[in-house]
Design a protein around this ligand. Structure first.
Ligand SMILES: NC(=O)c1ccc[n+]([C@@H]2O[C@H](COP(=O)([O-])OP(=O)(O)OC[C@H]3O[C@@H](n4cnc5c(N)ncnc54)[C@H](O)[C@@H]3O)[C@@H](O)[C@H]2O)c1
Length: 478
């Protein structure tokens, strides 16, 4: 069974009226993929409406055409979003092709809502309510058997497509949520292992082979720690690494998984807000070198990301603030005041946003750049502070600079009220030199992510060096 839609078609299945066409078009836009509504494709190819085809050829005749069109759509190399007709999965051939070529999400709907929606349309099988509800019950098991995941709304579909589960209490369900059936080795932040390690081991049951504790925080992302892991891992290619901790642990464990035996699957279980809204999502893994952070790494998409917002209950306040800086950045990028939401919903919305951007640009060649909003300045301040500056404070300041350069007073006000950044005391020349060394600098002048307005970022922007310098200087206290 596929565990996400990276490199595969994303197929939506479910009963009439579940919203496959509406959500399908929206998901496709978010992922930057083409959208195919199978019924419309059939109508275009047959030159007749579904209703006319039912009347002309009967249901069996229609299903035969549907199977042929589904086969050609699923054969296309470019991954698309495909809204299947309600009965498309009745074909064994289509089910097999879905398994080979797609990640299939069952769009859940309650029967009353489905009837309410479908009866307003010209669907041939939505003429009589009793027959409709009987068909709903009859088809349900086929949908469940075909689907790789389930969802009820747009964010749910995107999360499922990225292989992400967000739910309170997910930690206790790890036994069901971690894909596969082979042995598991846990790589855990030592502090988090002390809090949640036993619950995770119990949830994994007999699949749990061993736990490797790694230092808390950035110290985990060291070659020496990785070397120790390489020497002690025993899991084979049929197994799985489970990473338990914040972004440092998931970056390290993901990289260990990417390199061990030339790559084995891994599951991220992020326990910080940074991890849940950002670090564990999108497949970037890395360790640090003395010459710089994240210098050695790999793109290695996790087979599953299990997010239990309940784990944030034990997170220190300072770490929550680090995560809020990323959440405010994400809210500005998506054009939604996510910072006003309860924490669990904030996590779900931000995780879904990042997942969509990364599914659309897994190797960071375009739109994924937007996630760097404010980070060019943040990294420069962190480097000038010798990394003795909380990342959240640096990001909050970096956002201020990027939003001022964007001329966006409304967003500047949000950052001030939500994150309250204060200028830091670092060496101005050291910060300026670090900015020039930014990975995305050209000729010593950084390319910036700017925000035309909330929800409308642009990237690769040039700005006069003097303006960038003065934006940086405004973040530094005398
Ligand atoms: N791969 C990516 O796309 C990506 C994106 C953003 C950040 N990152 C990386 O993430 C790292 C930062 O991650 P982070 O902010 O999660 O920090 P972290 O992993 O260092 O965790 C912060 C602290 O919180 C503790 N902790 C974690 N979960 C806890 C819990 N539930 N209860 C109590 N304590 C808990 C940890 O022991 C640690 O001391 C950086 O190295 C950064 O480069 C990676």
């Amino acid at each position: 069974m596929a565990s996400h839609a990276l490199g595969r078609h994303l197929a939506l299945t479910g009963f009439m009226g579940a919203g496959k066409s509406t959500f399908g078009a929206q998901v496709a836009r978010r992922l930057g993929r083409g959208f195919i509504d199978l019924d419309r494709q059939i109508e275009a190819q047959a030159g007749a409406t579904v209703k006319e085809l039912f009347a002309r050829d009967g249901e069996a005749g229609f299903r035969a055409i549907e199977e042929t069109v589904a086969a050609s759509v699923l054969a296309a190399a470019e991954p698309a979003v495909v809204a299947l007709g309600g009965g498309a999965v009745l074909s064994a051939g289509t089910r097999e092709r879905l398994q080979q070529r797609a990640f299939t999400v069952l769009l859940d709907v309650d029967p009353g809502t489905a009837w309410e929606r479908a009866s307003r349309t010209a669907r041939p099988l939505a003429a009589d309510e009793d027959a409709f509800l009987a068909l709903f019950r009859e088809r349900r098991p086929v949908y469940e058997e075909t689907a790789d995941a389930r969802a009820r709304d747009l964010d749910g579909i995107v999360l499922a497509a990225a292989g992400i589960d967000v739910q309170a209490g997910a930690l206790d369900l790890l036994g069901e949520l971690v894909p596969g059936s082979g042995p598991i080795e846990i790589i855990a932040d030592a502090t988090v292992a002390g809090i949640h390690g036993v619950a995770v081991q119990l949830a994994l049951g007999s699949r749990d082979a061993s736990t490797h504790e790694v230092p808390a925080g950035e110290a985990a992302k060291a070659i020496a720690v990785l070397d120790r892991l390489w020497r002690s891992l025993r899991v084979g290619r049929d197994g799985m690494i489970v990473a338990l901790g914040g972004g440092c642990t998931t970056d390290l464990a993901g990289f260990a998984a990417a390199t061990w035996m030339r790559g084995i699957p891994w599951t991220a279980v992020p326990t910080t807000l940074v991890g849940q809204v950002d670090a564990a999502i999108g497949g970037k893994t890395a360790v640090d070198l003395p010459g710089g952070k994240n210098l050695v790494g790999a793109f290695h998409w996790p087979a599953r990301v299990v997010i239990d917002p309940g784990t944030l209950d034990t997170l220190p306040e300072a770490e929550l603030r680090n995560g809020m800086a990323e959440a405010v950045k994400t809210g500005l990028l998506m054009g939604s005041n996510v910072w006003e939401l309860p924490l669990a919903e904030l996590v779900r919305r931000c995780a879904s946003f990042k997942a969509a951007v990364c599914l659309g640009d897994p190797h960071d060649r375009g739109p994924r750049n937007q996630l760097n909003l404010g980070h060019t300045f943040a990294h420069a301040l962190e480097a000038a502070a010798g990394y003795d500056l909380p990342h959240g404070e640096a990001v909050a300041l970096g956002l201020l600079a990027a939003l001022r350069l964007s001329g966006n007073d409304e967003a500047v006000a949000v950052v001030r009220s939500e994150l309250g950044p204060k200028p830091v005391r670092v060496d101005r020349e050291a910060a300026w030199a670090a900015l020039a060394r930014d990975k995305k600098s050209v000729g010593g002048v950084p390319r910036l992510v700017l925000l035309e307005k909330p929800g409308m970022p642009t990237w690769g922007n040039e700005a006069p060096a003097a303006d960038i310098r003065s934006a940086l200087d405004s973040l530094i206290a005398d």
